[in-house]
Design a protein around this ligand. Sequence first.
Ligand SMILES: [Zn+2]
Ligand SMILES: [Zn+2]
Ligand SMILES: [Zn+2]
Length: 154
Amino acid sequence: MDTENNSIIGKKKTEEFNHLLRSNKLKVTQPRLRVLEIVSTKTAAISQPELEKLLGADIDRVTLYRILASFEEKGILHKIFDLNGTATYAICSTKCTEHHHHDQHVHFICSVCNSVYCLNEISLPKINLPSNFSLHSIAINAVGLCKNCQSEVQ
Ligand SMILES: [Zn+2]
Ligand SMILES: [Zn+2]
Ligand SMILES: [Zn+2]
C-alpha cells in the first residue's frame, strides 16, 4: 500500500508539479496538484473512479473529469484502457507535449487484478507498413499476472 510522502519529498514534488502546470500554461490549483500527487505515487495507472475514492469530497466529479481531460491534452497524463474498457491514467514521459504523446511503450495489464502498468523500459517493435500508410501511434498491451497476483498463486 502507498505510504505517505515524508515532508521533504512532498515539498520537492509540489515544486515540480507547480513547474509542470505552469509550463503547460495551467493555473496551479489545489485539485490539480492533488491529482498529480496521487497519480505520481502510484506504480499502476489509476482510473477516474479510483481517483474519486482517494480524493473524497475534495474534488467534485466534473472538476476531476476536466482536470483529466486537460492533463491528457497537455501531454501530462496518458490514457490506457484496462481489460474492462475502463480508462486509466498514468504520468507521461517528459517528451510528451500538447496534442502530442510520445509514450511509445508496452502496457502490461494484469488479468486478475486488472492493474495497468507502464513498461517504459520495453521499446516497441518497428512496424513496416504497406506503402501509402502512415503511422501515428502504436499501442501494445501485454496481458498476464502482475507481481502481486503472481505471489498469491505460488
Ligand atoms: Zn504522453
Ligand atoms: Zn495483478
Ligand atoms: Zn504508459
